[in-house]
Design a protein around this ligand. Structure first.
Ligand SMILES: [Zn+2]
Length: 396
């Protein structure tokens, strides 16, 4: 039985924006039936139940799309205004950071600005969540975020690949970022003993880790990425590195030299980037690695219907519980489950749909993994340690 209308043949991640272009992904979902193997956590569901679940989630999505409007536009504009205020005042305080209080204030404000830009603004704008506003300044095709990896490279590995292949081992390279062993299906190698060490180094340097990851060097080595494509990406990265260095490590310290605060301002911008990196790393690791999140085999996506695609996003993702402030500072990735179901809906709507998604999970006997930040971070790190060792030691 067909449950998918022509406009719904691809997951939400590719739709609903004027951006199109590079975010269009290949592949089609099956109109009916079931994957070759349904994931164990959803094996109790019949094809019809999965189809009905898909219809229910589609209805939630359609409802939010119909409601989306001035209130949402005001929200993102307010976030951008706050972010700019934080950034300007942070850099201004760093200009006189010979004074210790000014250094602490400047570094804190700039860290908050960078976190807000990356998480609640950058990641979500780059998903096309605000493209419907048709504002060329807040658009997935024009936004260049305050992160070393160029926006276009991120959109390819994140929107096109990670959101499509969420947690499919061997397809979704976000399962360990080609650096860490994060699933027992990944064969153990002696280098994996350094899993905790690599992760500890990765956290403060996260944007650099992502920049290297986005170059897809493994794909180049395997011959699935051309030399031309790699050179193009390297050129874009080089340009971005120059921009970021100029802004953070040259311009701000140079002006601060006028007050004899050049060195302190440099330390402040380095610290702000490191703080943002540690935060982004922690939040992103909470999305798919805590205890309770499932990974999948390629057989589990063969013949996947829209309902099955939704199921995979739900049981392969984990939320973080907490305050409204915390949700904003995580870029609403604290609603990772809702984000993966509806990557192109405005992030400000995730909290609203979360109770309904949770109720659907309960009704269909599917898990809905969530927990406080500390617990989820601890759980992700436990996996980093467990999988450093050979054997099926993870219980996720
Ligand atoms: Zn995303």
């Amino acid at each position: 039985m067909s449950v998918i209308s022509p406009s719904k043949t691809t997951p939400a991640s590719t739709k609903g924006s004027a951006a199109g272009g590079s975010r269009t992904r290949p592949g089609k979902l099956a109109e009916s039936g079931s994957p070759t193997v349904r994931p164990p956590a959803a094996a109790h569901l019949s094809d019809e139940q999965v189809a009905e679940l898909g219809r229910e989630l589609d209805a939630i999505r359609d409802e939010i799309l119909a409601k989306r409007g001035a209130e949402d536009a005001a929200y993102i504009r307010r976030m951008i205004k706050i972010q700019r205020g934080l950034e300007i005042s942070g850099r201004a305080a760093l200009l006189v950071s010979k004074n210790k209080a000014a250094w602490v204030t400047g570094t804190t404000l700039l860290s908050l600005a960078k976190i807000l830009e990356n998480m609640e603004i950058g990641h979500n704008v780059l998903h096309g969540q605000w493209d419907w506003m048709r504002d060329p300044d807040i658009h997935s095709t024009t936004w260049e975020w305050d992160f070393v990896t160029p926006s276009r490279s991120w959109q390819h590995t994140h929107n096109d690949l990670h959101h499509r292949w969420t947690n499919v081992v061997g397809k979704d390279n976000d399962v360990g970022y080609n650096l860490l062993r994060m699933d027992e299906q990944q064969p153990w190698k002696p280098v994996n003993l350094a899993n905790p060490l690599f992760n500890a180094i990765l956290a403060p340097l996260f944007e650099w880790g992502i920049a290297i990851y986005d170059l897809e060097l493994t794909e180049y080595k395997e011959g699935t990425k051309s030399k031309e494509a790699l050179l193009k990406d390297l050129k874009a990265l080089g340009k971005k590195v120059v921009t970021q260095f100029t802004k953070d490590y040259a311009a701000t310290p140079a002006v601060a030299m006028l007050t004899g605060s050049g060195k302190q301002a440099l330390y402040g911008t380095i610290a702000a980037n490191a703080i943002r990196n540690v935060w982004a790393h922690a939040v992103i690791f909470c999305g798919h690695f805590p205890e309770g999140t499932d990974t999948f085999t390629e057989e589990m996506v063969e013949g996947e219907t829209r309902g099955d695609w939704y199921v995979r996003q739900m049981i392969g993702s984990a939320n973080i519980s907490g305050s409204k402030f915390m949700h904003i500072m995580t870029g609403n990735l604290s609603h990772q489950i809702e984000h993966h179901l509806f990557p192109d809906l405005p992030s400000s709507r995730y909290a609203e749909v979360a109770p309904r998604v949770r109720e659907i999970c309960q009704r269909y006997g599917l898990k809905y993994t969530t927990g406080p930040l500390i617990k989820q971070v601890g759980s992700s790190w436990a996996k980093v340690f467990k999988l450093a060792l050979p054997g099926k030691t993870a219980t996720a």
